[in-house]
Write a protein that binds this ligand. Structure first.
Ligand SMILES: Nc1ncnc2c1ncn2[C@@H]1O[C@H](COP(=O)(O)OP(=O)(O)O)[C@@H](O)[C@H]1O
Ligand SMILES: [Mg+2]
Length: 246
């Protein structure tokens, strides 16, 4: 489970400060896919980086699997699988080598790494490519290797930033099906996206976030009723004003 409590983040660079998060709170429960939906610059990546202890908030805190992000970073890192939008893969390794490397970093035994890798490559449809160099891979294949890498240690909390961004429909479906499977195993899955259909297809609950604030929260049926809307797009355009810079 994840509980964000009044998270704030102010970035300061070259004398200017940007209030990326203005005190956001939400709860993502076990066995659900929770979505952060918002336009570019809304604060989605900042939120997910804070939850995964990669970035410190300037205010508020969050509890991830009973651990406080401010005090228990190491415990949290062991329990989460974090996928960022930068792939962070070594081009000169194969998927097999990549999982061995990151499995060892996570303190796993070789036999467990091998078992887990077989499972992940099977589920992500990478079996036939596991011994090829990543340098020759398409964006979609690289994304699937990054996902396998993030999940090698079988984390109970899955934090994925824009997991289907830039993927073809088939690869995107492989990824969303796998996210649903992990949700059904009882894991907490939190994803960010700017794509409305991803939320409609896989998120059990979500927040709409804009300029560092939550502007709506609920299930899709709840929000459709509340805003007397036919589809998510109607709600999104009602709550998120169009901006030239976005
Ligand atoms: N390292 C940083 N330094 C300064 N500003 C940042 C930094 N990271 C993000 N921001 C700013 O914080 C805001 C939220 O960014 P981000 O969380 O990346 O949004 P999203 O992922 O929703 O597109 C934006 O205005 C962005 O420019
Ligand atoms: Mg982002």
């Amino acid at each position: 489970m994840i509980e964000a409590k009044k998270l704030k983040k102010v970035f300061k660079s070259r004398g200017k400060s940007v209030e990326a998060l203005k005190g956001i709170s939400f709860t993502a429960k076990d066995g659900e896919i929770f979505g952060l939906l918002g336009p570019n610059g809304a604060g989605k990546t900042t939120t997910l980086r804070i939850l995964s202890t990669m970035l410190s908030p300037t205010g508020g805190t969050a509890i991830v699997e009973e651990h406080d992000i401010l005090k228990e970073k190491a415990e949290i890192r062991r329990k989460i699988g974090f996928l960022s939008t930068e792939t962070g893969l070594y081009d000169r390794l194969t998927p097999d080598d990549t999982l061995k490397f990151f499995g060892k970093l996570a303190g796993m035994e070789m036999t467990d790494i091998a078992k887990r890798a077989d499972y992940l490559f099977d589920r992500l449809d990478l079996k036939k490519d596991r011994k090829r160099l990543i340098s020759g891979f398409s964006t979609g294949m690289k994304q699937k290797v990054s996902i396998a890498r993030a999940l090698i240690h079988d984390p109970s909390v899955i934090i994925f930033d824009e997991p289907t961004n830039g993927l073809d429909v088939l690869t995107a479906k492989t990824v969303t099906d796998f996210l649903k499977e992990m949700r059904d195993e009882g894991k907490t899955v939190i994803i960010s996206t700017h794509i409305l259909s991803v939320v409609e297809k896989i998120c059990d609950r979500f927040v709409i976030i804009d300029t560092g604030s939550i502007v709506a929260e609920g299930t899709l049926p709840e929000l459709l009723e509340k805003y007397e809307a036919v589809e998510l797009e109607d709600i999104f355009f009602k709550l998120v004003p169009e901006r030239r810079d976005a």
